[in-house]
Design a protein around this ligand. Structure first.
Ligand code: PA5
Length: 462
């Protein structure tokens, strides 16, 4: 199982000004935490609560449909393009980067065991869009359009571009190259998919984008590139079992949520850095940033108190960012809590050859990159602690489907608990929707004319 070490936030190590007496705090909060966990589990099956993500690890039916379709199209496509943004893309990126062999898209078809290359189009940069579709053989390209709402501007614009290109290239057959993953009933993409006769998958009710990685949003792309989704489910289910425990001393998500909450509220640590020591986990940090930011960054609490809450999440990569961000983390404002992710066992043990023994780099010979990675992570943790900076560490036995399932589910649960501690709705995103509405107006969508005039007059002042 994933392990958690919070000794780096202890006030006995980094001092009272920056650290916490966790025995006292866990005792103080144990009843509130138990109530929060009980409440989440009680509400999870009720419609309208946004908590269906807690059941996704058990959705055997979705897994079955996803596997059935993946088997049907096996070997038919060389490329898989995912069109999605935010929660519809970040989980997919994080998991495929973690679980596929590095440089997947550069491997030959044989090396990929016949599975397609995978591309995520999660931005509307005109050059990237143009270049991607100019480069790919569209006949051999399967496109998965993912949008829960079914009318997100960026996604629908990309969809319109690719639909047109595919139709020009393939004639009437183009429909076989598009899959839509969207809401069961509502939204423009649902309507179009039914009219056009695309294969469709469902984003379940009460699952927000950033909590959707274990629904068809993530599972379908994973299965299409040969990732074992049962292994991921096993990790999610085992972690869910652990997190059902209402005892804070046994519940890693509750511990990390409370640590982050208290450090923000009591010690001014308004920044949460996630720093995995594994390139495979680089995009897990991206995914976490969206989860933490969009869920907790709120201007009103559930009881309608006006507030401006939320820790700013920052992604960093060990060891790369030791040569970029670490100077600031060590000596700049002491306003961060840093979460390290360490991997016990890498797939390869990459040795450094015993050469140049007569020079100052001779000491490296005969050691491994694995040892170097661990020594750098240890050094970083110790120096940060000497500088009174709070850190926690999550240990993954290795980067595989089982552990990724555990890790991501743990972060989701941690976020839900943190939302309850802050008293905010962790499952909405009004600040994102406001910008979408303004974009509709500026792009000339019917019904938004008045809003467009008001935005333009405000823009003239900016
Ligand atoms: O987490 C969220 O809910 C958001 O990031 C959405 O996923 C994102 O805005 C895209 O929305 P949609 O899936 O409706 O296109």
């Amino acid at each position: 199982m994933l392990r958690f070490d919070y000794s780096g936030v202890s006030s006995s190590i980094i001092g009272e000004e920056n650290g916490l007496d966790l025995n006292t705090e866990f005792d103080n909060y144990k009843n509130q935490i138990a109530d929060i966990i009980t409440d989440l589990n009680k509400r999870k099956d009720k419609p309208g609560q946004g908590l269906q993500w807690m059941n996704l690890g058990y959705s055997e039916e979705t897994a079955w449909y996803v596997k059935e379709y993946s088997a049907l199209v096996e070997n038919r496509f060389d490329n898989l393009v995912i069109i999605g943004i935010g929660g519809s893309a970040l989980g997919g990126i994080a998991v495929t980067e973690a679980l596929l062999p590095p440089y997947w898209n550069y491997l030959s078809k044989e090396e990929r065991n016949g599975y397609p290359r995978i591309f995520f189009l999660d931005n509307i940069d005109p050059d990237y869009t143009y270049s991607l579709f100019s480069m790919l053989d569209l006949k051999k390209t399967l496109v998965n359009v993912i949008t829960k709402s079914g009318d997100t501007t960026e996604i629908m614009a990309q969809y319109m571009i690719v639909k047109d290109l595919l139709e020009k290239e393939l004639g009437d057959d183009y429909r076989k190259n598009i899959i839509a993953t969207t809401d069961k009933r509502s939204g423009i993409l649902r309507q179009i998919a039914e009219q056009e006769g695309y294969k469709t998958f469902v984003v379940p009710d009460d699952v927000g984008g950033r909590f959707s990685v274990f629904s068809a949003v993530g599972l379908l792309p994973f299965a299409l590139v040969g990732i074992d989704i049962d292994e991921i489910f096993n990790g999610v289910k085992d972690m869910d079992f652990v997190l059902k425990n209402t005892d804070i001393y046994q519940n890693v998500a509750a511990q990390n949520a409370l640590i982050h909450y208290l450090l923000a509220c009591k010690k001014g640590k308004n920044i949460s850095v996630l720093m995995p020591y594994s390139s495979k986990l680089k995009s897990v940090a991206d995914w976490y940033c969206q989860l933490w930011a969009e869920s907790l960054g709120k201007s009103v609490q559930i009881d309608e108190n006006e507030v401006n809450l939320g820790q700013t999440p920052v992604k960093a990569l060990g060891v790369t960012d030791q040569h970029s961000q670490l100077q600031l983390y060590n000596e700049g404002p002491n306003d961060k809590i840093i979460t390290f992710i360490r991997v016990d066992e890498f797939e390869h043990n990459t040795e450094i050859p015993k050469i140049f023994e007569y020079t100052g780099i001779g000491y490296l010979g005969g050691k491994s990159l694995n040892m170097l990675m661990n020594s750098e992570a240890d050094s970083t943790k110790v120096v940060l602690s000497e500088n009174k900076r709070p850190t926690v560490t999550l240990y993954l036995p290795k980067v595989d489907g089982y552990n990724i399932g555990q890790l991501l589910y743990m972060f989701e649960f941690q976020t839900a608990i943190a939302g309850s501690l802050y008293g905010v709705n962790a499952f909405d995103q009004p600040g994102v929707e406001q910008v979408q509405n303004y974009t509709y107006a500026l792009m000339g969508r019917n019904g938004y004319e008045d809003s467009a005039n008001s935005i333009r007059s405000k823009m003239a002042l900016l």
